[in-house]
Design a protein around this ligand. Structure first.
Ligand SMILES: NC(=O)CC[C@H](N)C(=O)O
Length: 358
């Protein structure tokens, strides 16, 4: 069946429908990773977005449920050049085609993803629609595309109830703003007892459980939409419990302490973004998925926090170290799965901040 990808600027790509044969409006973003498509689909930070994979052949090692970053896929739509027809991998239990259909997620294959990516790079991220309706009416659709916003997506993806992963090491409170599974796993495998809290849990309730450390997770959407969460993050900042934050968590900590965030032209999504640790000058290759970034200026001027990492490609902020506090935050993903794992040492640094393994 034919499918169409219609962009907010009027571009139309014609391809083949994959997954659910239904219409969706979403923010269209691209990811340059060559592998990890299942982790991308199940990363809750993509809620409210349809993802175009720039690598031209997707799906050749199938789907292994154990590799999911959360219980289900959160992407609104999936866009590929060529979908592998014969996945081959001894761990594979499913195909992308079936997986998307099962979760009612539409997609499009067979389009020129390179041309699409060039448009998004030149004009910036924009909204779009995937549809199977050959009689689509562009004049009626374009205003709808312009009006789309991702909205308050953290509440959609966060867990409903507190969950505890046992361990004999430090007690970590993990705030689930849409946490990738490998964050809890990275802490749990270092011996931590990890308690996962729903995103809207009041700070008082978390602190009453006396955690040795607090981890603020990644998550979807515009950080400035998270107004009530930001107030709770400020209380966590004031508590003097060691805090490590990743991606959305990093952005929320900056907003909670008087910093700012802004939307980048087309974001950083891929597995090879170089970040420089400003303390050592060393560059690490990192996995990233973000459209917003911290503006460090105010926090620096007020001596609240200073940049700890910077993106080597475009100079944007990639991490902050908070003055007089046991708090550091990063924009990239040290828990990256399938990798690169260059920056997984940051979990060891967090273990040291909490007093090491008991
Ligand atoms: N992976 C994330 O946590 C992303 C954070 C935020 N939603 C952004 O796009 O910048």
């Amino acid at each position: 069946m034919k499918a169409f990808l219609i962009l907010e600027d009027g571009h139309v790509f014609t391809g083949t429908s994959i997954g659910a044969a239904r219409e969706v409006i979403s923010e269209i973003v691209f990811n340059t990773s060559m592998t990890g498509y299942l982790e991308v689909m199940t990363d809750p930070s993509y809620a409210g977005q349809a993802v175009c994979m720039t690598y031209p052949l997707i799906g050749n090692y199938g789907i292994c449920y154990d590799d999911q970053e959360s219980a289900r896929p959160w992407i609104d739509g999936f866009i590929v050049r060529e979908l592998s027809r014969v996945p081959s991998n001894f761990r594979s239990v499913d195909t992308i085609q079936h997986f998307l259909t099962k979760h009612d997620i539409p997609g499009i294959a067979g389009i020129d993803t390179r041309a699409l990516t060039k448009i998004l790079r030149e004009k910036g991220t924009m909204n779009g629609m995937i549809t199977v309706d050959e009689n689509y009416d562009l004049n009626a659709i374009l205003p709808k595309l312009k009006a789309y916003t991702t909205g308050k997506v953290v509440e959609k993806v966060t867990c409903r109830e507190k969950e505890i992963l046992p361990g004999d090491g430090p007690k970590v409170a993990l705030m689930d703003f849409g946490a990738k599974r490998n964050i809890a796993h990275s802490l749990n495998k270092r011996g931590c007892e990890v308690t996962i809290y729903p995103a809207l849990t009041p700070a008082e309730e978390i602190l009453a459980d006396h955690p040795d450390g607090i981890m603020l997770s990644n998550g979807p959407g515009d950080p400035k939409e998270c107004t009530s969460i930001i107030k709770e993050v400020k209380k966590l900042y004031d508590s003097n419990v060691p805090i490590f934050a990743i991606c959305l968590g990093h952005q929320l900590m900056a907003l909670a302490t008087g910093g700012d965030t802004y939307k980048m032209k087309y974001g950083h999504r891929g597995g090879n973004h170089p970040v420089k640790d400003l303390a050592t000058g060393r560059v690490y290759i990192s996995s990233q998925n973000h459209g917003y970034v911290v503006d460090a200026k105010d926090l620096e001027e007020k001596n609240i926090a200073h940049p700890a990492f910077v993106n080597v490609n475009d100079g944007t902020n990639e991490g902050m170290a908070y003055v007089g506090k046991n708090i550091f935050t990063v924009q990239f993903h040290p828990e990256a799965c399938p990798g690169p794992q260059d920056s997984s040492y940051l979990f060891d640094r967090f273990m040291d901040m909490m007093g090491g393994n008991k």
